[in-house]
Design a protein around this ligand. Structure first.
Ligand code: AP5
Length: 215
């Protein structure tokens, strides 16, 4: 099964992708995460990417498409993939179509997360992750069971994303509405678009997605 999770920053794409990856054995391809790994590795490219991401702008399509093309061929994607953060504009959607045709794969579902922008600013400013295993948490909605200790790996150090400041989030939301939301009719016409209420709690959203798959 091959999926796209489509929604604005903070809609819960990453949260649900991790759960779907575990349940269905799919690979989770987050272009944002791949870019952050490149930034963390340093070098000139890392610095350039960091300045684009911190400004809330989109990274050039050719970098993203090349990165994804290499990843989709790896063995852990054999049972299917979850695209989280890609495609983000019309040109990336066409590049994906070409990639799927070349790899003889098809797209099963595009899941749209419907949310309110103002709530997303609050959600993102409360988000943090374990520095060691990257498990995601939230100041209000998803706290570790023991305060200050990661549920998954026991780590005690946590990090917040550099692009999660409210003014950058506003730019990312603008970019979503201008460039990414116009893809919704494109996938609707192809009969693969489904929607979930991203304002519901995490378990309810998971239930809505499972219902789409008939699970
Ligand atoms: P990326 O990393 O893709 O960020 P994003 O799309 O803006 O999405 P987020 O990761 O911020 O949100 P999410 O929907 O995954 O929410 P999450 O599950 O964490 O991209 C970052 C940057 O990289 C871009 O701005 C761009 O510069 C660049 N980039 C990436 N891809 C690119 C591309 N294809 N082309 C060009 N540039 C690209 O949830 C948020 C918080 O809310 C969490 O704390 C979570 O615990 C909580 N939460 C989740 N669901 C719920 C719920 N239902 N109820 C309550 N709380 C919830």
């Amino acid at each position: 099964m091959n999926l796209i999770l489509l929604g604005p920053p903070g809609a819960g794409k990453g949260t649900q992708a991790v759960l779907l990856q575990k349940k269905y054995g799919l690979c989770h391809l987050s272009t944002g995460e791949m870019l952050r790994e490149t930034v963390a590795a340093g070098g000139e490219i890392g610095k350039e990417l960091q300045s684009i991401i911190s400004a809330g702008k989109l990274v050039p399509d050719e970098i993203i498409v090349k990165m994804l093309q290499e990843r989709v061929r790896q063995a852990d994607c054999a049972a299917g993939f979850i695209l989280d953060g890609f495609p983000r504009n019309e040109s990336q959607a066409h590049a994906l179509d070409e990639m799927l045709a070349r790899e003889e794969k098809s797209l099963d579902y595009v899941i749209e997360f419907r949310v309110s922008d103002e709530e997303m600013i609050e959600r993102i400013s409360g988000r943090y992750a374990c520095a060691q295993c990257k498990e995601g948490y939230h100041d209000i909605y998803k706290k570790p069971k023991i305060e200050g200790v990661c549920d998954v790996c026991g780590g005690a150090e946590f990090v917040r994303r550099a692009d999660d400041r409210p003014e950058t989030v506003r730019k990312r939301l603008e970019s979503y509405h201008e460039q990414t939301a116009p893809l919704l009719p494109y996938y609707k016409e192809r009969g693969v678009l489904r929607s979930v209420d991203g304002m519901a709690d995490i378990d309810t959203v998971t239930g809505q997605i499972n219902a789409i798959f008939g699970a």
